[in-house]
Design a protein around this ligand. Structure first.
Ligand code: ADP
Ligand code: GLC
Length: 501
């Protein structure tokens, strides 16, 4: 197959900037495309963490104000293991502490529409090619086009609302084809109508089949309407978001564009998530060396202040604490979990009421339930390795990475049958044990009762050592490598290029 030129635009990239799975995907997918021989370049804001990680970044271009509300910016070039990075440097918008979307008090930055409007605009500018770049950049004296920018991608791959406005500027045939990937349809980037002018969009873009959505300018709606093709991160979620219950108001549009919509399951970065080589673990292990997993349990119990119990399962949770993840069900069960009997280790942050709920639960049951507030990458690895089973009863889950990490780590997940959870976790039953596909526990309803039954079932299975080991090994042997997803994206890019022309 021919070598494609791909611009991958994202607001996060692990390990430098990550609030969730998008960061993991933006680190792994472009790298897999690069390994497959494609010319892929990643566009990401030059947050302080990126500038710190790439201090040698060189100047690519000065960008003058592209619209009444957009400040001047610069493009910097760097690379990570040979993968080219284009950093969008605009200190006025991106030189801020902490989370890319939230201020230190946990509120959305008031100018997110401008911040990610600029990111989308620049993604589009790169997709428009040399002549657009020449005329945009030509207005600056002494700023000839850097030869490294003498490049027009075949495809601009946009991820989530933060970059999804770009197709509004990529409608001409001379431009690159565009793909919008939905990682979570609940986040849409809807802003006041004044953004139309501020971001330099033409008045005629304000249409129900353009960027307008219920009187607002919607980044995601615009992308779903105007991108050449659309994808989301699992086949089941691709079906679900066409349904009112999951579509957050965008289901009718997605049904209308059903022919343009694909579901491609995310992968696992096997170099980062491999229990045999993971430097964060107390003891390495593998599917055929499972005994060492127990040492990780002991170490985790000690690290999190849990009793050194060996006669009961330890359930793990690593999550953004939000309604999406269904962890309120765990809170409703509360101490019930200690009666199984079992232990629970939770790492997460988010909703303040849920944080308080887990904190109190842990305080009431020291030794049995432990809660660590915050974001801690290394501890996340140790929970995956040290827990016996992982809890992820999400109400919706576009793909979910943690259940796949759990499968890799021999930590059978308990999940709800939705999105990528439904596509990766196979419920334990006589039939699935017989054909060696059983790898976890699946519930249909998001109710405390259903979760309770699954916890009981998992606890019973855990006590049967041989049965449990079989379930662990089924999960550990399943292949979730990114190379497979990358192949499907390449096919998607070729389809988009054909459809665009
Ligand atoms: P989502 O993107 O919806 O949050 P995913 O399962 O796709 O869910 O990805 C979440 C990613 O973020 C995983 O890599 C997970 O380990 C990580 N993560 C979530 N919360 C934390 C936390 N508190 N500490 C460390 N890693 C976390
Ligand atoms: C979103 C989704 C999650 C998915 C991740 C990466 O954050 O909530 O399910 O795995 O994006 O695609």
């Amino acid at each position: 197959m021919s070598r494609l030129a791909i611009l991958f635009a994202t607001a996060e990239m692990a390990p430098w900037v990550k609030t969730g799975g998008l960061g993991d995907v933006a680190a792994a997918l472009p790298a897999a495309l690069h390994r497959a021989g494609h010319d892929v370049r990643v566009l990401i804001p030059a947050y302080p963490a990126m500038l710190k990680a790439f201090p040698q970044a060189t100047r690519l271009a000065e960008i003058p104000p592209l619209a009444p509300g957009l400040p001047a910016a610069r493009l910097l070039a760097s690379e990570s293991d040979g993968l080219p990075l284009i950093l969008l440097d605009c200190p006025a918008l991106f030189d801020r502490p902490g989370n890319p979307y939230l201020d230190p008090l946990g509120h959305d930055w008031a100018d997110n529409g401008i911040r990610f409007g600029l990111l989308s605009r620049v993604a589009a500018l790169l997709g428009q090619g040399d002549s657009a770049l020449d005329s945009a950049l030509g207005s600056l004296p002494n700023s000839p086009l850097n030869p490294a920018l003498d490049w027009r991608p075949d495809v601009v791959h946009l991820n989530d609302w933060q970059t999804a406005l770009a197709p509004a500027w990529l409608q001409d045939r001379g431009c690159a084809a565009s793909i919008v990937t939905v990682h979570n349809i609940a986040f849409q980037g809807n802003f006041g109508a004044s953004h139309l002018h501020a971001l330099g969009l033409p008045a005629h873009a304000w249409r129900f089949d353009g960027v307008e959505f219920h009187g607002q300018l919607s980044f995601l709606k615009a992308g779903l309407q105007l991108a050449t093709l659309i994808s989301t991160v699992s086949p089941t979620y691709a079906r679900e978001i066409q349904d009112e219950a999951f579509g957050y108001g965008l289901a009718p549009l997605l049904r209308h564009r059903a022919d343009a919509l694909r579901g491609i399951l995310n992968g696992v970065d096997n170099a980062l998530w491999n229990p045999a080589t993971d430097p964060a673990l107390a003891a390495p292990y593998a599917a055929n060396r499972l005994a060492a997993k127990r040492e990780n349990k002991r170490a985790l119990q000690s690290e999190m202040g849990l009793d050194a119990a060996v006669d009961r399962p330890l359930f793990g949770i690593i999550s953004r604490l939000t309604e999406q993840k269904g962890l309120d069900l765990v809170l409703t069960l509360g101490e019930g979990i200690t009666h199984l009997p079992a232990q629970l280790a939770i790492l997460g942050s988010g909703d303040k009421t849920m944080e308080a709920g887990f904190r109190q639960l842990a305080e009431r049951h020291p030794g049995q339930i432990a809660f660590k507030h915050g974001f801690d990458e290394a501890l996340a690895h140790r929970i995956e390795a040290g827990a016996d089973s992982f809890l992820m009863p999400s109400r919706f889950e576009p793909c979910g990475l943690n259940q796949m990490y759990s499968l890799r780590y021999g930590t059978p997940p308990i999940v709800r049958a939705t999105g990528g959870l439904a596509d990766t976790v196979v419920d334990v039953s006589a039939a699935t044990l017989a054909d060696k596909t059983a790898n976890g526990f699946v519930i249909d309803e998001a109710t405390p009762h259903a979760l309770w039954l699954a916890l009981e079932r998992a606890t019973r299975c855990w006590h049967d050592r041989k049965l449990w080991q079989g379930i662990q090994q089924n999960g550990m042997r399943r292949d979730f490598s990114w190379a497979h997803a990358a192949e499907q994206y390449i096919a998607l890019y070729h389809d988009a290029i054909a459809a665009h022309h």
